[in-house]
Ligand binder design. Structure first.
Ligand SMILES: Cc1ncc(COP(=O)(O)O)c(C=O)c1O
Length: 397
């Protein structure tokens, strides 16, 4: 049998990147003591009030077809959230509900990118982006987020990467895997570039409610004069520990709304009304739960940061999100080897980030989705493992 060019483009091999996680999951399934710090799935429960709202909605018969753009009450709540991020009123007509930010990213990207187009994306990048660009037939052009610059994006480097084939710039803020946030001024400068070169500015902001310190989220929705070319994407997955509910959205110009709704019509034919009701409750009544989770991730990051300076390890403090980058370059082995041997010797699984772009080389990503005791034990083991790597070098000198 033959497959379509789209199916062939999607058939990429990223097993190497997730090898450590796969091995760790197998070991854990066999009952071994493994500390899993690879995946960004919150270890918190979905707030009870949200679960109850879903039950009540199903009991009330909200179990039938619904309009593709998303429930209007829910879109009003999302628009309120988006307005707070934008610093001005966002009309609910600009909101499209999706089963998760992933589906929103996919749908927006295949609606604005096509065969032969270039899309500028900072690297290291979030693992699923290459598949999305491949589906669209677009070529990613990478701009580095260098560890030496705390993974901050340089506008000049984005500008240099623009060619006549560039169609969009795709950002992630707060960033996965690096934890870096893009400043409002940088977003404004990128908005200016997009206006000059007639580009889309797409921003994945799923960690936008999880910022550390007194930092406030700078959203692409706040960029002045760019409403006609901006797509702001987010979800409840991380902010409300709702990864399994599949509740996300895109805020886009009305011309793109029409196209996204046509796409959703042929792909999903509406989203579940009881999920919409639960999501409405999450946005209305569960901010306290988000605040608690945010505080927990921040203090977990502080636990991991104690690794900084131990046995040649360096921690990059995240500005937000659920991950912390550990620089293992001084250990004398690649990040992949570090992660594989760490799992083997100490039963801790972390994600080597070199598969997500050259600037991720020599780093592993630690997910903050485990409680402080577990993280502290994981870090003790990481430090012991790194010290063991240094010991022969010391013995020689
Ligand atoms: C940067 C980024 N975007 C999107 C997603 C997926 O979000 P959702 O569960 O809303 O599809 C993730 C999940 O880890 C992520 O890290």
């Amino acid at each position: 049998v033959k497959f379509s060019p789209l199916a062939e483009r999607l058939a990429r091999d990223d097993t190497q990147a997730w090898n450590v996680h796969r091995l760790a999951s197998e070991r854990r399934a066999r009952g071994e003591d493994v500390i899993m710090l690879t995946i960004g799935d919150p270890d918190f429960e979905t707030p009870a009030v949200v679960v109850e709202a879903a039950y009540a909605s199903m009991r009330a018969g909200r179990t039938h077809y619904a309009y593709s753009q998303g429930d209007s009450t829910l879109r009003r709540e999302i628009a309120k959230r988006a307005s707070a991020w934008a610093g001005r009123s966002v009309d609910p007509s600009r909101v499209v509900f999706f089963p998760g930010a992933q589906a929103a990213m996919f749908s927006v990207c295949i609606s604005v990118l096509g065969q032969g187009d270039e899309v500028i994306v900072p690297e290291p990048f979030y693992a699923t982006y290459p598949g999305i660009f491949a589906a669209a037939g677009a070529t990613p052009v990478h701009v580095p987020l260098r560890p030496e610059r705390e993974f901050q994006l340089e506008v000049a480097e984005v500008e240099e990467a623009i060619t006549e084939r560039t169609r969009a710039i795709v950002l992630t803020t707060p960033h996965n895997p690096t934890g870096a946030c893009i400043a409002a001024e940088t977003l404004a400068a990128l908005g200016e570039l997009c206006r000059e070169h007639d580009l889309w500015l797409v921003s994945d902001e799923v960690y936008g409610s999880l910022l550390f310190g007194d930092r406030r989220h700078a959203s692409v929705l706040a960029v002045d004069g760019a409403e006609q070319r901006v797509a702001g994407i987010s979800s409840l997955s991380k902010s409300h520990a709702m990864t399994g509910w599949r509740a996300g959205w895109a805020v886009v110009p009305e011309a793109l709304v029409t196209r996204l709704v046509l796409l959703l019509d042929c792909m999903l034919f509406g989203s579940p009304p009881f999920i919409a009701d639960a999501a409405t409750t999450a946005l209305r009544d569960a901010d306290a739960a988000t605040a608690e989770m945010r505080a927990a991730y921040e203090s977990r990051a502080a636990v991991v940061a104690r690794l900084d300076g131990q046995a040649g390890l360096r921690c990059h403090m995240p500005q937000g999100g659920m991950f912390i980058m550990l620089d293992v370059r001084a250990c004398g082995i690649s990040a992949t080897e570090f992660a594989e041997r760490l799992l083997e010797r100490e039963g801790v699984s972390v994600l080597p980030t070199e598969a997500f772009g050259p600037s991720g080389a020599g780093h592993v990503r630690i997910a903050l989705a485990a409680d402080e005791q577990i993280l502290a034990e994981g870090c003790r083991r990481i430090a012991r493992f790194a010290a063991g790597l240094q010991a022969p070098a010391r013995a020689l000198s």
